[in-house]
Design a protein around this ligand. Sequence first.
Ligand SMILES: NC(=O)c1ccc[n+]([C@@H]2O[C@H](COP(=O)([O-])OP(=O)(O)OC[C@H]3O[C@@H](n4cnc5c(N)ncnc54)[C@H](O)[C@@H]3O)[C@@H](O)[C@H]2O)c1
Length: 274
Amino acid sequence: MNDILGYQGQNVVITGAASGMGRAAAQLLVDLGAQVYALDIAEVTVPVARALKVDMKDAASLDAAIAQLPADIYALFNCAGVPSPPFGRDDTVLINFSGLRYLTESLESRITEGGAIASIASTAGMGWRGALDGVRRFLALDKGLDSARQWLQDNSETVFDGYSFSKQCIIVYTMSRAAELAARGIRINCIAPSPTESGFMVALKGEGQIPDEAVELFLPPNGRYATGADMGQPLVLLNSKLAGFVSGLNIPVDFGYTAQVLMGQRDDLMGIGA
Ligand SMILES: NC(=O)c1ccc[n+]([C@@H]2O[C@H](COP(=O)([O-])OP(=O)(O)OC[C@H]3O[C@@H](n4cnc5c(N)ncnc54)[C@H](O)[C@@H]3O)[C@@H](O)[C@H]2O)c1
């Protein structure tokens, strides 16, 4: 088989593979011949090499999974995440960012030269410039989930919205780590998806009681919700050898939403251009 993306026979680790974007990426990686290790709190139905139950906000459960992952890893896909509401502020930050950071830093010595890390941020994180001081103070902690939890309790005035803060952290973390990882030949990027039909969206609108009209303010100019595959595919591309000189980027995957905002063609509701 023509292995233009370079995944054939490679070990890859992916969180959030039970549903949505992560499931789409995991299926594609299996189809491309990768040995896929999937980490999720829910059951993974994609026929991966190994599925491990983890709770991203629980260091002991992450450690148990990390112990079962291979010594050499080609690519890490950080896809697990929850909306807030309905999840509480601190749990949202711990699941969406602190667990992601803990896993990334626990595995990065196993990532081989030429390997890569890709995470899912959000349009909601793209106002990171306005929150940089608080984000940097949070990132200055060690990777431990206990320190993160304590800091969130002590700094409740800094974090108004757990979801936006968690995604701002992913973007700033991605850019901050790029140079250091480049020295070892490893790339790191993230994507910022526009609204996507998935378990996340069901939870946001259902239990979270966010009305359709509020979400639709962020739909791309093509007027449609993305699918899991619309996001899973660019993630697989970003971590592939075809993107071998791409690092340190947050890439909006939004069919032109960010472009419209930056060109003043629609309101900047997230402070993206600030
Ligand atoms: N759906 C959207 O509109 C949208 C937009 C921007 C960003 N995102 C981000 O995209 C990523 C993927 O979400 P999705 O839309 O595919 O939603 P999804 O709900 O379909 O998938 C999320 C996955 O994360 C897993 N997960 C949730 N909590 C977990 C935990 N504590 N430990 C381990 N796994 C856990 C779920 O079981 C699920 O498999 C998330 O990080 C989300 O924040 C989503």
